[in-house]
Design a protein around this ligand. Structure first.
Ligand code: CA
Length: 648
């Protein structure tokens, strides 16, 4: 062991010499269980001694270890020891002695933990598999990424409402319940999502996070505060104490979605941890996981107190192994990376490449905002929108489209294309073909007009125009949705956007950051389906989804195919946008041509159609795969609406 001054540790960790000596890529860190023995392996290159402490319980107030076992140096900074016998259900910690003193805590590679994730548990993972798990597989195979339609939701929000008809409220199992209905007999939860027609559900973080006390009921948080990356969150389990139960229940949820033909996308937060000072990895190898400068200052691009040093070989390996694990063990079908602009492109590409080798259908996308961060090595590029050409199989949220349609979040009064903003038709065109200014491929663009962050769509429209009546707001909403589902790229919606979801505080103001605001602000109100406007909007979204699924020409992934087919008409007088799509040669496409007309103006528009007979499939407040009426020569497009026509 080389002796390094404490304030030079960061430089040492990021040096070529360190990485040559201490990079361990065997992919087997953690506790490897078999019936006969368990092998513990921990990467602790700066440690002087390491022990495994075994415990009968997962509580940290239970002080006495059953046994303390000394670990031996293996290679590349890894320490290991074998313990004979069947250890399934035994809790453990590592005790690490280094120049800094003594530290005891959880295994960063823990596959199971006790309540609140303080101690790891040895687990027989096969015993956590629900019935039929060997046969469980992704329903989304041999598709383009642009075939995906993503529904973003929080496990608790979807299940907890009093009229959800769901038994396991706020739990993984709540989303595994079939046939749930509200008091009026409408589908809720799992069946509701399946009925909507989306291909994937994207669930806000459900790895073990720190902000909710698992010993208490009814606490709320979105969960962007990782504690144990390899373990499901305990508060979503019916029992957070026994480490195997949350694993089995999370798998049951995934299997239930798969049986309904829906893939499961996991929201992952690698860019920071809940508390960098107490995070186990940062204690076993002091400060290794985070970007810390020579003065001990944590980089804080995440605005959560610390940034992950993904550029270091064993952080990269940790993230890669973590994603591979969720794919393999939990059959996860996609990953949404929180603030991926803080992670380096090599890490992202390695993840994508290794996962796609075994599961090519897995989706990857993230928030590619450019953020300041103190990277610990020179020449490192981040996975941002503007670097998107360097991560070709990884997609990014298209805030360009969001801002275009509804106005920027940073200016709540600003209006967008759908609600009276002007001069945006050119920006709309580049978004319709799936390449906003920063992108070069529609397969890398996630189109949306609302997500869990900031105001809901309906709140934003309302705040930007307080005097607008409801009818007008509904028009804005429909036009925004029409564009999201018609555009090339990957459409995405926040759960409840289709139900006029709002987040209104007790004082009547709207909530733009409800991460800990509790159920009253966040829950999906399943009784809202009694409101006719709400039902109609749900049906409109459902119709748009069905229309998109029926027309492969809308789901092309290659920009060259799209550019060749799409023609914008420059005959308009105002802000309306008209485009014609030639469908020739698109496999599975039943239409010869599509004509899409987006009219954000407050007056109706007469539009001359290219010759031939046209069927109207989207118009006013209706959308779907049925012919709503024939058109020939010209059509009238209502104020603030979109019309989509099909020529056979
Ligand atoms: Ca937790």
């Amino acid at each position: 062991m080389v002796t390094i001054e404490k304030n030079k540790l960061g430089e040492w960790y990021s040096s070529e010499e360190f990485e040559k000596l201490y990079t361990y890529l065997e992919g087997n860190l953690g506790a490897e269980w078999t019936r006969e023995k368990t092998i513990f392996r921990v990467w602790a290159p700066t440690a002087e001694k390491v022990f495994v402490n075994l415990y009968s319980g997962g509580f940290t107030d239970e002080k006495e270890a059953i046994e303390q076992i000394v670990m031996k140096p293996y290679r590349n900074g890894v320490w290991t020891v074998e313990k004979e016998g069947n250890l399934h259900g035994t809790f453990y910690t590592y005790l690490v002695l280094s120049a800094d003193g003594e530290w005891e805590g959880c295994d960063p590679y823990a596959k199971a933990v006790g309540v609140n994730g303080e101690r790891a548990m040895v687990v027989d993972l096969d015993s956590t598999n629900p019935e039929g798990w060997e046969m469980d597989k992704s329903p989304f195979q041999n598709k383009n990424v642009t075939d995906a339609i993503i529904y973003e939701a929080h496990i608790r929000d979807l299940t907890v409402h009093k009229d959800s008809g769901i038994k396991n409220k706020g739990k993984f199992l709540g989303l595994a319940e079939e046939g749930t209905i509200n008091s009026k007999g409408d589908n809720t939860g799992l069946d509701y999502i399946a009925d909507l027609g989306v291909t994937h559900v994207h669930l806000l973080p459900f790895f073990d996070y720190a902000s909710v006390d698992e010993t208490k009921d009814g606490q709320y948080n979105w969960g962007y505060d990782p504690k144990n990356f390899f373990v499901p969150e305990g508060s979503y389990a019916t029992d957070p104490y026994h480490g195997d139960i949350r694993i089995r229940e999370a798998k049951k949820m995934v299997a239930a979605f798969h049986q309904k033909g829906i893939g499961v996308i996991m929201d992952v937060v690698f860019n920071h941890v809940y508390d960098a000072e107490t995070f186990c990895f940062n204690n076993i190898v002091p400060g290794y996981f985070s970007r810390i400068d020579n003065d001990g200052i944590y980089s804080n691009g995440s605005i959560c107190g610390n940034d992950t040093a993904s550029e270091r070989s064993m952080v990269r390996e940790y993230i890669v192994q973590n994603v591979l694990y969720w794919v393999d063990e939990y059959h996860i079908d996609g990953f949404r990376f929180d603030l991926v602009g803080l992670l380096d492109i090599r890490t992202i590409n390695e993840i994508v490449e290794r996962v796609h080798t075994i599961r090519p259908e897995v989706l990857f996308y993230g928030e590619g905002w450019t953020m300041p961060t103190n990277v610990t090595k020179a020449g490192i590029k981040m996975a941002t929108q503007k670097n998107s050409y360097l991560t070709p199989r990884f997609a990014y949220f298209n805030d360009t489209m969001r801002n275009l349609l509804r106005g920027r979040n940073s200016d709540t009064n600003e209006r967008g294309y759908v609600n009276g903003g002007t001069g945006r038709a050119d920006c709309l065109k580049s978004n319709l073909i799936g390449i906003p200014y920063w992108a070069c491929s529609p397969g890398q663009v996630v189109n949306y007009v609302s997500c869990h962050d900031d105001l809901t769509l309906f709140d934003k429209l309302q705040v930007a125009e307080p005097k607008a009546d409801r009818t007008t707001l509904l028009q804005y909403n429909r036009l925004a949705a029409g564009i999201v589902f018609a555009a090339a790229g990957i459409p995405f919606l926040q759960a409840g956007e289709e139900l006029l979801r709002r987040k209104v505080n007790a004082d009547g103001t709207v909530n733009s950051n409800s991460y800990d605001a509790g159920d009253s602000i966040n829950a999906i109100s399943w009784d809202c389906l009694q409101d006719p406007d709400c039902r109609k909007m749900r049906d409109y979204y459902k119709g748009l989804i069905a229309f998109r699924k029926n027309h492969p020409v809308l789901r092309l992934e290659d920009i060259r195919d799209i550019r060749d087919r799409i023609t914008f008409y420059d005959i308009q007088q105002g802000e309306e946008t008209i485009c014609l799509i030639d469908c020739k040669g698109v496999a599975g496409e039943s239409a010869r041509k599509l004509c899409m007309i987006f009219n954000p103006e407050r007056e109706k528009k007469e539009v001359f159609l290219p010759k031939g007979n046209w069927e109207i499939h989207v118009s006013d407040d209706k959308a779907g795969t049925e012919n709503l009426g024939e058109a020939d020569g010209r059509v009238t497009v209502l104020p603030v609406s979109c019309m989509i026509l099909v020529q056979r």
